[in-house]
Design a protein. Structure first.
Lengths: 187, 187
DNA sequence: GAACCATACTCAATGATATGACTATTCCTG
DNA sequence: CAGGAATAGTCATATCATTGAGTATGGTTC
């Protein structure tokens, strides 16, 4: 019952179709959750049946029709109930970390390659998050925005995503350099 | 096929029983994976059937007998193959972030409470990881240890876990303070 | 000596997530 | 006008993860 609340939380920002949600969950909002389209369509169906969101058909002539969804009062209540019960912390679950754990007993070359690649990906995500943050706060300073705006949730989760990726990048770079220095490999 | 490799990676450090593994995966090694005992016992059974680990019975008189497992050459090869194929990055998946995303439309009080509680938990984990790191490197400096030891994998993943929890803690504290300042609540 | 805790492990059921293969429509490009 | 990309969505399945309830033994504590 977790994707459920993530979908509700995103739909607070406006009406979206399953397809639009899929894009949000794929690229931008990986700052707090990730899901593939199939999961989202299935979840939207369930949420609508439960009365937590309401969909309306939009007829389009230049492309296939779509259904836009909004959170109902019952949906908001569900979110409030969700926020009221203490949540359990979730830890990191990353294949790359498993590889590093075992790296002393393996050929380090492919692990180093993956670390370096991951550092680049993380750096790109940091930049993406920076752009999103700038866009969200407009021409206000961060301090002013966070004090005065009435929609800071997405900004705050984006900050967390940025911190995570920054930390990730630094670690990947450090570990890659270290492993390279220990066992010099070609390429 | 991910817990599978996490188990193999941990078993590189020595012989463990399912029960010991359960403790490792529960407390300390949350730096790169987490699993409950039932998952581990099931995975150990599968790994043994696949010939990737070998178990041996240990008869005990002061407590129930146990089975200790070690990685076989086939298991090491499996790990090497795992490390050779590029892995996909995994993102954060955290209920607390979902709550923060929605916080503008909810009563902030329970969210603030959870953020503050989480900051304390994260701080405790940072300290735990610091103790683990000190224990792993003995009386060497970090630099020397990382240059010269022949078992740095656990240290490196522990560093990542520490970074994650430190970042987590700072973010929780900042967001909690911010939300408190915006909507002063009792308690 | 009853209750409880730590060790050591198992079974069953459900729910969540991931993967792959599909159907349609329209626009744009070559 | 053929092919591909973007939009919009569906179906089926397999694996993974979570939850809850059990079994059994021995040691410790009140």
């Amino acid at each position: 019952m977790a994707l459920r609340h993530a979908v509700l939380a995103v739909l607070l920002d406006g009406e979206y179709s399953g397809y639009q949600l899929a894009k949000i969950f794929d690229v931008s909002c990986s700052n707090f959750w990730y899901a593939v389209p199939q999961q989202l369509y299935a979840e939207l169906t369930k949420l609508e049946r439960a009365g937590l969101i309401a969909g309306r058909q939009v007829i389009q002539h230049d492309r296939p029709n779509k259904r836009l969804f909004t959170v109902t009062p019952a949906g908001l209540a569900e979110l409030a109930a969700f926020a009221a019960v203490p949540s359990k912390p979730s830890s990191i679950r990353e294949d790359l970390l498993v590889m590093v754990q075992a790296v002393d007993r393996l050929d380090p070359a492919p692990v180093i390659a993956q670390l370096e690649e991951r550092a680049v990906i993380a750096a790109a995500k940091v930049e993406l998050f920076d752009r999103m943050l700038r866009q969200l706060r407009g021409d206000l300073t961060e301090e002013t925005f966070l004090r005065e705006s009435d929609r800071i949730g997405p900004y705050l989760t984006c900050l967390r995503g940025r911190g995570f990726e920054q930390e990730n990048r630094e670690w990947c770079e450090r570990v890659a350099a270290l492993l390279r220095a220990r066992a010099p490999v070609s390429r």
